[in-house]
Write a protein that binds this ligand. Structure first.
Ligand code: URA
Length: 245
């Protein structure tokens, strides 16, 4: 086998994917439940390749094995779910297969959306990728569609673009942001930072109030039209590259 293919012990790999303890994985192997390239694996300590197409090559109890790390997902976050394990309420992680909550390394959202914000959410177990997306020097912009309580007055875009707006309780002004009105009470707002409740607080700072908020873009990646609220899938390599375009 090609020496550059990363290998792992079968029991460790499946335990890290949440299939159970190493002992439980050994039981699965003993019961002939793990098949690689059409062959039943007999040794839980055998070295197996850790490759992106493993789900096409390995089955566990007759089903494709879960994708190994690094794994990045795109989700259409619905209303009323939270992005943190710690906050009360149903979390985005509960929309994924239950086993995935035991994965090591664990999955984290790349930034957060409020409970009452919908739209494009990335979830990854790849710490380096997460930091690359949120690092200020990457300049990855996020676009939100905000529905507002009051009509825009016309001067807000200049205020947001000025780079001098200060949010309540903060000491550093916001970086310039781009406001594109799409109706009297609706606008796209593109920001490059990720401060707490940033979009809602920006509109509050100009005397308005956000009644609905939806993120539709991260960098050059748009939320696909065919991803319904609550749906998710693996990000393709092309989509991953689009984030930084
Ligand atoms: N800004 C907010 O106010 N809320 C979000 O969920 C995201 C950005």
């Amino acid at each position: 086998m090609n020496a550059r293919v990363p290998m792992a012990r079968l029991d460790r790999l499946l335990a890290n994917l949440g299939y159970g303890s190493r002992r439980e994985v050994a039981d699965l192997v003993r019961h002939k439940q793990v098949v690689l390239d059409g062959e039943v694996l007999k040794d839980a300590g055998a070295k197996v390749p850790v490759v992106a197409d493993l789900p096409e090559r390995m089955t566990v109890a007759g089903k494709p094995v879960d994708p190994p790390a690094p794994l990045t997902l795109i989700m259409h976050k619905p209303l009323d779910v939270v992005c943190s394990h710690k906050e009360p309420g149903r979390s985005v992680y509960e929309l994924l297969p239950r086993r995935w909550q035991a994965r090591m390394p664990g999955l984290s959202t790349i930034g957060r959306l409020d409970k009452d914000t919908t739209g494009l959410l990335l979830i990854t177990d790849d710490g380096a990728f997460l930091h690359r997306v949120i690092a200020p020097k990457s300049h990855v912009a996020k676009r939100y569609r905000a529905t507002l309580d009051r009509p825009l007055e016309g001067w807000e875009a200049e205020t947001f673009a000025g780079g001098k707006l200060m949010l309540d309780g903060e000491t550093d002004p916001l970086a310039p942001a781009v406001l594109e009105p799409i109706g009297p009470r609706e606008a796209f707002l593109t920001i490059t930072e990720g401060r707490y409740h940033q979009v809602r607080r920006m509109f509050a700072a100009v005397g308005n109030h956000v009644t609905a908020l939806h993120r539709d873009r991260i960098g050059g990646l748009a939320l696909p039209d065919d991803l319904a609220p609550g749906a998710w899938r693996q990000l393709t390599p092309e989509e991953l590259a689009a984030i930084f375009r």
